[in-house]
Design a binder for this molecule. Structure first.
Ligand SMILES: O=C(O)[C@H](O)[C@@H](O)[C@@H](O)C(=O)NO
Ligand SMILES: [Mg+2]
Length: 382
């Protein structure tokens, strides 16, 4: 049960996702990027794994914080290990981020599952083994036939409905798109999607994250006429009072916060202040499965739904272990990319979706990621 080793393996993987100058993903030619796998090992040979960007688990962070907390400890003591690591953050000179806490916590959950031959959502206490997905479309672009016009969004939405999606979320146009942001264009894209898919498909928007209050109000009022289910991150989430103002002035539910710091503590303040109608959490955003569950359960106590940010196995297991979450966010999607192709370092999808739009939680132990260890070794860089 005792943790004896923490290892990072960095390897090359091929992807067609490219990040723009604002950090949003768009399609492009295949290129190689570095990915890292964190492995936590015990004296009796059990291992847990989790993936992230190499800089999130760079040697300084592993040696100065992670190993000091984990080595010699019982891997089953996840709550205490998470609290101990979180307490290191204050004195870390901002070097120990929530992303690092998340990848360590996920590897510990994966270890617990692999050691007991149990999927993580069953370890937590499962609520369901499948969940409806919404198709989360990439941010708009200026690519011919991509997501450059409202009509492009409409055509792509039709494709997603044919694939089985019962919900669709648009990320609309943002800089560095030359003419973005533009509220009226956002509303035109949403209108084109509603026209294309009809009244029964659930629709949501995740807009430019720095609109003013008045722009966000105009956008929200436009979406109310189109029967959208929620408006997400239309303003800087650092202003909780702006979200309180927006939620008070709109009928369409306001969802958040996604990217605001503060883990489950700050999300409790959003609920208390009325800054959102639907709360938001995400394993990477709040520092792990452990705090994501705290957030979900806190929201449930207020009768509030809490939508989980992001795809991948870690988020899927959280969604499968709670009642007060409607969707799994499957994406990001684009007409020029085939999401179901997955990753070259995983032998199968972690979030397979059937033709009715349900994602089924893999019955494999731990997080259920079907890791191709040989591929990782053959493509390892350090
Ligand atoms: O803002 C981003 O980086 C992307 O839009 C990403 O977070 C996306 O997954 C999102 O916002 N989902 O809700
Ligand atoms: Mg979002």
């Amino acid at each position: 049960m005792i943790i004896t080793d923490v290892e990072v393996r960095v390897f090359r993987t091929t992807t067609r996702r490219h990040s723009d100058s604002a950090g949003h993903a768009h399609p492009g030619p295949p290129h190689q990027v570095e990915q890292a796998m964190l492995t936590i090992r015990t004296e009796d040979g059990h291992e847990g794994h989790s993936f992230t960007a190499p800089e999130i688990i760079r040697p300084h962070v592993i040696e100065k914080f992670v190993k000091k907390v984990l080595i010699g400890q019982d891997y089953r003591d996840r709550e205490r290990l998470w609290q101990d690591l979180a307490h290191w953050q204050r004195g870390s000179a901002a070097q120990l981020t929530d992303r690092t806490l998340a990848v360590v916590d996920c590897a510990l959950w994966d270890l617990a599952g692999r050691a007991t031959n149990t999927p993580v959502y069953k370890l937590i206490g499962a609520y369901r083994d499948k969940v409806l997905a919404y198709g989360s479309i990439m941010c708009g672009d200026e690519i011919e036939g991509g997501l450059a016009t409202p009509e492009d969004y409409g055509r792509f939405a039709e494709t997603l409905v044919k694939r089985g999606y019962k919900g669709i979320k648009l990320h609309t146009w943002m800089p560095p798109v030359s003419w973005a942001p533009d509220v009226k264009m956002d509303i035109k894209a949403c209108a084109a999607v509603r026209e294309a898919v009809g009244p029964d498909i659930r629709l949501m928007i995740d807009a430019f994250h720095w609109y003013s209050r008045t722009d966000a109000l105009e956008l929200g009022r436009g979406l109310e006429k189109l029967g959208f289910d929620w408006i997400e991150e239309p303003m800087d989430e650092q202003s909780m009072s702006s979200y309180k103002w927006l939620a008070d002035n709109l009928d369409i539910p306001v969802v958040g916060p996604e990217s605001a710091a503060g883990k489950h503590w700050h999300r409790a303040e959003w609920v208390k202040s009325g800054a959102c109608d639907i709360l938001r959490t995400g394993v990477n955003d709040v520092g792990g499965i452990t705090p994501a569950l705290k957030t979900m359960h806190m929201a449930e106590s207020f009768g509030i739904e809490c939508e989980v940010h992001g795809n991948t196995a870690m988020n899927l297991h959280v969604v499968a272990a709670v009642k007060n979450c409607r969707w799994y966010e499957r994406g990001l999607l684009h007409p020029f990319l085939e999401y179901d192709d997955g990753h070259d370092y995983l032998k199968s999808l972690s979030d397979p979706m059937d033709r009715d739009g349900y994602v089924h939680v893999p019955d494999r132990p731990g997080l259920g990621e079907d890791i191709d260890f040989a591929f990782i070794e053959n493509n390892r860089v350090r």
